[in-house]
Design a binder for this molecule. Structure first.
Ligand code: 4NP
Length: 165
């Protein structure tokens, strides 16, 4: 069974689709398409059905990454469905866990920046109301975090009870 990764932000038009597509890019480069499956979602309903934000798409394109997908809202069923759920910031993390009042799935939910190997940041900052530099930084941070996450998966870090319900 492949690992199922879900990347979650607020709108699902900037950070989480970037994480999903960067991860897919790394998965393809490493021939792991059979082993890892990625999706993304937003905690809000603001942008359901929308394509990734143009400014985010432009920032990703500078690094050779194409953003695909349509925004959807995070659902409590995702807690069952996915093996690892990556929150972009602490608010996303809290909002995800608010759908798990008994804490049954808490072990599956992680902050994306926990996997960074080069950046000290604790959160992927929301770029929506800022300028181009903020979008570029999101891509840089996510390249770091996705690389670390992939390395952890490949080294078997998640083979234990971590991914079980
Ligand atoms: P995202 O960015 O959570 O990274 O997709 C945002 C997108 C939209 C809004 C906020 C953040 N918004 O307020 O509409």
């Amino acid at each position: 069974m492949p690992y199922k990764l879900l990347f979650v932000c607020l709108g699902n038009i900037c950070r989480s689709p970037s994480a999903e597509n960067i991860m897919n890019y790394l998965i393809e480069q490493n021939n792991l398409g059979e082993e890892i499956i990625c999706d993304s979602a937003g905690t809000s309903s603001y942008h359901i059905g929308s394509s990734p934000d143009r400014r985010m798409t432009a920032a990703a394109a500078k690094r050779g990454i194409t953003l695909q997908g349509q925004a959807r809202q995070f659902d409590a069923l995702d807690l069952h469905e996915f093996d690892i759920i990556l929150a972009m910031d602490k608010e996303n993390y809290r909002d995800i866990l608010s759908l798990d009042p008994q804490g049954r799935f808490q072990h599956k939910v992680r902050l994306m920046c926990d996997f960074c190997r080069h950046h000290p940041d604790a959160e992927v900052p929301d770029p929506y109301y800022g300028g181009v530099a903020g979008f570029d930084y999101v891509i840089e941070l996510l390249l770091d975090a996705c690389g670390g996450l992939l390395a952890d998966i490949q080294s078997g870090q998640f083979q234990s009870a971590d991914v079980k319900e």
